[in-house]
Ligand binder design. Structure first.
Ligand code: G3H
Length: 254
């Protein structure tokens, strides 16, 4: 009944020059993605609201005895074979008609960095509750903030190699530098809250955060998680199903 959407921010000025970290604004391509994202989610949301409304109508109908009186008015079957078939048909209609009521609320959670807040700027704030959450900020690269990977390899070759060898536990040097393991801890409260609430959420966040969140919801081992390919301008949707989450991915085609 509810969906957790995850996307990275639109392309930023730093993405265009290959710099990590920092607090850059969106590049022109990123602004186009942001506008398209709001249209996409609006459309998904109204489809979902219609579905919920239909389910709620069915529930009201069922609770007021509508379904059983319909069944009573069905004509009697003539053979025992037909009777078995029609009773199983009625049973499956019951099970698919009745659905728990859900609130079609929708929240948008961004980090507190400009590139994610700008990506959420095209949503109508009267229709979406928008929250800016510091724990969704990108992994902090300490001394390497604002550098390209080539610069890091040249200036800090040992650090660069250590990260290649164990990306999950490697912690960036310098005050506040983080590892993926740190990020997992930092996201714990966000995940607890996501598990608690019943409505849909769009998380507009960063590559390391999207990897961590998706690996939690899709059970991806930490050995694979830091290397997951999650390109910009894609939307990932985790839909809860009885035996786990189902993942759908959409790519923005400008
Ligand atoms: O540092 C920022 C990046 O988005 C995280 O990517 O862990 O593959 O370097 P990385």
């Amino acid at each position: 009944p509810r969906v957790i959407y995850i996307t990275r921010h639109g392309e930023s000025e730093d993405n265009s020059t290959g710099r990590i970290g920092g607090d850059a604004s969106l590049a022109p391509n990123g602004v186009c993605y942001a506008a398209a994202l709001a249209r996409f989610i609006d459309r998904r949301r109204s489809e979902f609201a219609n579905e919920v409304e239909e389910q709620n109508q069915r529930l009201v109908h069922f609770m007021s005895g509508g379904a059983s009186s319909e069944n009573n008015s069905e004509p009697e079957s003539t053979s025992s074979h037909e009777s078995r078939n029609s009773s199983s048909a009625r049973y499956s209609e019951f099970s698919s008609s009745v659905h728990k009521r859900v609130r079609p609320d929708f929240e948008i959670w961004t980090s507190m960095l400009k590139r994610t807040m700008e990506t959420a700027e095209h949503f109508d704030p009267t229709r979406y509750r928008i929250k800016n959450i510091r724990s969704l900020n990108e992994i902090y690269a300490g001394k390497c903030e604002g550098m390209t990977y080539e610069e890091i390899a040249r200036q800090y070759p040992d650090e660069f190699e250590a990260r290649q060898l164990d990306k999950f536990y490697y912690r960036y040097p310098g005050i506040g530098g983080e590892s993926y393991a740190d990020v997992v801890l930092r996201l714990q409260q966000v995940i607890v809250e996501l598990e608690r609430i019943r409505h849909s959420v769009l998380l507009v966040t960063h590559r390391a955060m999207a990897r961590t969140l998706l690996s939690y919801f899709m059970d991806i081992p930490t050995t694979h998680m830091p290397d997951m390919e999650l390109p910009l301008h894609h939307v990932y949707a985790c839909e809860p199903r009885p035996f786990g989450n189902f993942l759908r991915v959409w790519r923005y085609d400008p």
